[in-house]
Design a protein around this ligand. Sequence first.
Ligand SMILES: [Fe+2]
Length: 289
Amino acid sequence: MTVHSPIAVTPGPVFPSEARTAFATAYPDRSTRLTHDLVGHPLLTVASLAALAERLPASSVEYNLGKLPLGVRAEDTPSNGLSLRDTILTIETNGSWAVLKNVEQDPAYRALLDAALAELEPIVRAGTGAMLNREAFIFLSSPGSITPFHMDPEHNILLQIMGRKTMTVFPARDDILVPPQQSESFHNGGHRNLVWREDFRAQGEAVALVPGDAVHVPVKAPHFVENGPAVSISLSVTWRSERSVAEGELHSFNALLRGRGLPIGRVSAIPEKQWLRRFAYRVMRKLGA
Ligand SMILES: [Fe+2]
């Protein structure tokens, strides 16, 4: 059966020229505020997203109760007891948080993602090489929801579409915020949530987002998100790079070494140039380590 989606409408650029300039200055290592022109896009209404959620496989959807403390273990995340469709259609009152993952599985959303990222591709190519694995995620959250302290493996720009939220972003590659063992387990299938300590707060930059705002979140820069007093919809456009892939390989390599009681190696700020260690990791993996 062919699934028909609403037609994507992208009348002009997604990122205005000032946003592209700001992105070029910050990429890849600094978080920065940007703007975008996707507010009111027909693919990003609550009704369109409820329809999309029904087309996506169950494995591409995650949802739970939204009022959480800043630090939560994955296994302690509470369910909201509703179906996905009801979660989305009554998001204003049900106190929940939902994410639609890999919405580029749907052709209309893929076209939207491709249009957005094509505008940034020359900047990305100059900074970290080819733009790999383009993926998009859509977050819906009830008033007052919290997304706990965590990190993600992708280069990410979060575009605020509806409602307000504050994203507090912390520096990447800080061994106190994210101990090396945590990075190693993350790259071996561990959960994204991190251990929160109140004394971390001063290191974070709180970026308040209203519709039309966006924020660049560097790879594995820890962050948490606090929703405002209305329903929030955000679109996250992400990609990988040779740098982000290499960083993951080197942490996985360290996990192998640590597991064998061998000394681990430093992951540099330019991990794509650590050829020898990456080669050693690939050999060990081939050998079934
Ligand atoms: Fe995140």
